[in-house]
Design a protein around this ligand. Sequence first.
Ligand code: UN1
Length: 508
Amino acid sequence: MDFLKTLSVASANSGVSTGSNWLQAGGPVLSSFSPVDGSVIATVTTAAAADYDRVVTRAQAAFHGWSALPAPRRGEIIRQVGLALREKKEALGRLVSWEMGKSLQEGLGEVQEMIDISDFAVGLSRQLYGRSMHSERPGHRMYEQWHPLGVTGIITAFNFPVAVWSWNAFVALVCGNTVIWKPSEKTPLCAVACQQIIAEVLARNDMSEGVSNVIVSGREGGEWLAGDSRIALISATGSTRMGRSVAAAAGARLGRTLLELGGNNAIIITPEADLDMALAGSIFGAVGTAGQRCTTTRRLIIHEEIYDRFKEKLVKIYGRLRIGDPLDENNHVGPLIDKDAVLDYLRALEAIREAGGVFVVEGGQLEGPGYESGCYVKPCVAEVENSWEITQRETFAPILYLIRYRDSLDAAIALQNGVPQGLSSAIMTGSLREAEQFLSAAGSDCGIANVNIGTSGAEIGGAFGGEKDTGGGRESGSDAWKAYMRRQTSTINYSTSLPLAQGVRFDV
Ligand code: UN1
């Protein structure tokens, strides 16, 4: 496989790195399986506690030099990383598709997301703005400035094995932090490949080891980071369960966290919607990445007036989906990440049936030629109630729920908000009144609210994240960078006296 050579990854790799230096790691050896055909792609040695400790020490030492580099210089290095990613886009996109199982189009899209955030981070490196304020005291000036935090821990999930690291790492790096990445143990080779790319650029610029670090490890890697007071910020993307344990451990030491956790995203389809557009948004949202995006469309909340008509269109289009090898561009849907994910999917189908759900597109595991890995499932659609336990839960698979609403948009918004998660949401409507109601404070309670666009596929320029069980953090664009820096307020007295604020007098 040529793309592995292009990415300088081998069949046996160390999963612990401080840059160009790959440590002889002491943890268990992990095999990376491709869900595409079940083959072992490579083995990766994981970090032992002592390796982790060495990496943190190196990252702390590197912080002094890296944070002292002017931010635009740091931006220049990220610009070069963006150029390297452009060169390796095809190879890295293929590896993402091969190791994670998403379609090649989506694998390439994910690398494009990395290139986009590198461009964003370069611009940002000259725009880490603080405000100045007018002091209430004569001859005084007040302003705020933003300083680097220190070592940033980044925990990422298997479903976006490269892009989510880049949102966090590139922004954290231009902000002056050093980073330690704990990737998902299901996609370790993607992490090794990304580290090779960034390490080569850092070395070419004579940057020391420890600026960008990786520790491939199991759960314990996340626990080490979360409980370690040397880690100034821990940014974690993954399940709500994982986020809760990271938040508890980091909270116990009053550490900072940035959490981007599960979603249970809905599209509201009103009688004012363009149904073909609603169909296109729903199908990509529901089956893209085989339903394994945190932004995946899990629920459609459809007005009763158009419910049957829309359902009919949807069933027809599901019949056209081709499921199979994601590297074959004729296919729309690839496999789930592993057999455990298939079991979760099958258990969810059972729970839907037990609760009284009606399948309008049947699910099930696929078998036979092309499906030997045991990871391929049928995208399915079920009519359910919003209040059911199974509907309230995020199942990371291509299962789409249909829910009917009657009367006004208020009822649809109540259903859309009536789940524990609060990541992404959308409305399909041609009515300005409905769109604005959905976007108002009384509308969607999610971090992302779209009009005439599905719930997934956000651009990097906006802040990305959500409320409630989604964790409240914001990553990526807008002013999400502020989470990676510490704010300092300074008051400077250039007068010849020392007046106190609030007019307080203290004469001695
Ligand atoms: C994720 O699923 O964790 O908005 C990230 C999207 C992508 C990112 C998803 N840009 O679907």
